[in-house]
Design a protein around this ligand. Structure first.
Ligand code: NAD
Ligand code: TYD
Length: 370
């Protein structure tokens, strides 16, 4: 089997669903279920829990005894590490949790994986993989005419989030060079698609638009991100896990650079076509708000290595990916409602024990600095 950490989050859940659709190899999801973890994302796998090759352990990746026990019990052939605090704005308000999970948590996983790996026979040890999922934000911010980030771009993180991810990348690298642990690292650009928590730009815009709320644009709206459809990211990770060279880094990007204003206008136009308002247009809801401190201007990824060495190519371009994403949010309004009213946090009890009440509220979904 394989271990996936953070599998109840946005990309982890998409990865587990992608994996289950491709093969029967069992997956154990190590996820403590923070505000960003939503067990409902994997409802299609847990619905038939007897037949499912999927299981969830509610465990903190910083808990050494618990993680070591899971390695000993399940003897995975690989671990794909997504678990993290992932939202830049939250890292500005409260960096401590980012240091704890992203740095200490990754360190703990490396320690547990190393101890386990050292005890494997030669064949199993050679086949073992630790795949660390990271971000392009570790490379810092680009000017308008700078070349895209490559795997050799020097690290220059600017937010507590990206600094904590950079630290975790360095630890992963060190465990390969010092101890020989068979690691792989992927650094990808901004993901979007189904199951993304509506604190990030694309799902926040879609859900606020449908609720008639303002669509907040930080600063002048001309910051550029390189948007990657989450399904294409999942196929890249599966490919790197299967064919990547240990100790190497692979950048994953969609080659879809867009300003935030372009992204929001595309979303509004898609909603105008699919769910027109009785009067006016969704773009009328756009509201410029105070900029994020230290806001990186531009990210762009050069994914040539992944394309040429491993044969990866994305299936979606920005327009098709946005269309799929908007349709998913329109078709999954109960999922959105459970996130907005906080009841997703009680989904497991509600689903399996008949209990649970929808009482939590999710503060970040309310309002933005103006
Ligand atoms: P997410 O915030 O949606 O999900 C994170 C998951 O990790 C949640 O399910 C949460 O419960 C779990 N988690 C957090 N702390 C934990 C802990 N201490 N122990 C166990 N589980 C814990 O994140 P995401 O957007 O799915 O991102 C996944 C990974 O991809 C992260 O490492 C992130 O840095 C990286 N990444 C994300 C993006 C993006 O656009 N979302 C881009 C580049 C890289
Ligand atoms: P986000 O989705 O938070 O991802 P990241 O900060 O990791 O790139 O933000 C994407 C871009 O959108 C970023 O430039 C900040 C901007 N943004 C807004 O303009 N308004 C918003 O409400 C949010 C959440 C983000």
């Amino acid at each position: 089997m394989i271990f996936v950490t953070g599998g109840a989050g946005f990309i982890g859940a998409n990865f587990i669903l992608h994996w289950a659709a491709q093969c029967d190899e069992p997956v154990l999801n190590l996820d403590v279920l923070t505000y960003a973890g939503n067990a409902e994302n994997l409802a299609s796998l847990t619905a038939d829990s007897n037949a499912s090759a999927y299981r969830h352990e509610q465990v903190d990746i910083c808990d050494e005894a618990a993680v070591a026990a899971l390695f000993a019990e399940h003897r995975p052939r690989a671990i794909v590490h997504f678990a993290a605090e992932s939202h830049v704005d939250r890292s500005i308000l409260g960096p401590a949790e980012f240091v704890r999970t992203n740095i200490n948590g990754t360190f703990n996983l490396l320690q547990c994986a190393l101890a386990y790996w050292k005890g494997l026979g030669a064949e199993e040890a050679a086949a073992f993989r630790f795949l660390h999922v990271s971000t392009d934000e570790v490379y810092g911010s680009l000017g308008p005419d700078d070349a895209p980030f490559s795997e050799t771009t020097p690290y220059a993180p600017n937010s507590p989030y990206s600094a904590s991810k950079a630290a975790s990348d360095h630890l992963v690298r060190a465990y390969f060079h010092t101890y020989g642990l068979p690691v792989l690292t992927t650094n990808c650009s901004n993901n979007y698609g189904p199951f993304q928590f509506p604190e990030k730009l694309i799902p926040l815009t879609i859900t606020n638009a449908l609720e008639g709320k303002p669509l907040p644009i930080y600063g002048d709206g001309r910051n550029v991100r390189d948007w990657l459809f989450v399904g294409d990211h999942c196929s890249a990770i599966a490919l790197v896990l299967d064919k990547g060279t240990c100790g190497e880094v692979y950048n994953v990007g969609g080659e879809n650079e867009r300003t935030n204003l372009e992204v929001v206008h595309t979303l509004c136009a898609t909603l105008d076509a699919l769910r027109p308002k009785p009067s006016g247009r969704y773009a009328d809801q756009i509201a410029y708000v105070k900029d994020r401190p230290g806001h990186d201007r531009r990210y762009s990824i050069d994914a040539t290595k992944l394309r040429e060495r491993l044969g990866w190519s994305p299936l979606e371009n920005f327009e098709t990916g946005i269309d799929r994403t908007v349709r998913w949010y329109l078709d999954n309004q109960p999922w959105v409602a459970h996130v907005k009213d906080g009841s997703y946090r009680h989904w497991i009890e509600h689903q399996y024990a008949g209990g649970g009440t929808a009482t939590d509220t999710v503060d970040v979904l309310e309002g933005h600095p103006t």
